[in-house]
Design a protein around this ligand. Structure first.
Ligand code: M7G
Length: 182
C-alpha cells in the first residue's frame, strides 16, 4: 500500500510562448496523492536549476490554478524568496524540494491556508513564492513565513517579505510593497 498524502497536488509547467496568453502557457504535468507517486514524478523531471530561463514550475493543491485569478488565490499573496544569480547552483534545488516537502507533508500549523508554491527561473535571479489564500489572516501568514525560514535554514540576517497578489498585479514601478516580513 502506498502512503497517502493529506491532499492531492498538481505540478504545472510554464513556458513563455508569446503567441499565446499567459494563462494558456500554464500546462498541467501530473497530479499525485501518495508519497511514492510524488517521488516517481520528482525523479523523472528536470531539477529547477536545469530548466530554461523564463520557465516556472508550480505545485498547487488539485483544483487550484497557479494564478492570481483563481478563486482560492484572489484574496491571497505570496512569501517571496528572491535568490541571487549564484544561488541557482547551490540553493535553488534544495529550497524548492524543501518547500515541496513542507507543502505535501503539511508542515505548517496553518497548512489549510497554503494554496501552492511557484519557482520562477529568471536570468535576473530566480524566485520562489509560497502562495497563501487570505492575506488578511495575519497570524496564519506570519506562522507560515517563520516556519518557511526555519525549514529552509534561511539566516536571520535575511528578511523575506509577503506580497499581496493585488499589489503585485497593480505594481507600476519595480518597487514592491510587502505587507508582512519575517
Ligand atoms: P512573473 O512570471 O511572476 O515574474 O510575472 P517575472 O516578472 O519575474 O517574469 C511576469 C508576468 O506574467 C506578469 O507581469 C503578468 O503579466 C504575468 N503573470 C504572472 N502571474 C503570476 C500571473 C497570474 O497569476 N495571472 C495572470 N493573468 N498573469 C500573470
Amino acid at each position: 500500500i502506498k502512503h497517502p498524502l493529506q491532499n492531492c497536488w498538481t505540478l504545472w509547467y510554464f513556458e513563455n510562448d508569446r503567441n499565446q496568453s499567459w494563462e494558456k502557457n500554464q500546462r498541467e504535468i501530473a497530479s499525485f496523492d501518495t508519497v511514492e507517486d510524488f517521488w516517481s514524478l520528482y525523479n523523472h523531471i528536470k531539477p529547477a536549476s536545469e530548466l530554461k530561463q523564463g520557465t516556472d514550475y508550480s505545485l498547487f493543491k488539485k483544483g487550484i490554478r497557479p494564478m492570481w485569478e483563481d478563486a482560492a488565490n484572489k484574496k491571497g499573496g505570496r512569501w517571496l524568496i528572491s535568490l541571487e544569480k549564484k544561488q541557482r547552483t547551490n540553493d535553488l534545488d534544495r529550497y524548492w524540494l524543501d518547500i515541496i516537502l513542507c507543502l505535501i507533508g503539511e508542515a505548517f500549523e496553518n497548512s489549510d491556508e497554503v494554496c501552492g508554491a511557484v519557482v520562477n527561473i529568471r536570468y535576473k535571479g530566480d524566485k520562489i513564492g509560497v502562495w497563501t489564500g487570505d492575506a488578511s489572516k495575519g497570524a496564519a501568514v506570519l506562522e507560515i513565513g517563520r516556519k518557511l525560514k526555519e525549514r529552509l535554514h534561511i539566516s536571520n540576517r535575511i528578511t523575506i517579505g509577503y506580497e499581496v497578489h493585488k499589489d503585485t498585479m497593480d505594481k507600476t514601478g519595480s518597487s514592491s510593497k510587502y505587507s508582512y516580513s519575517v
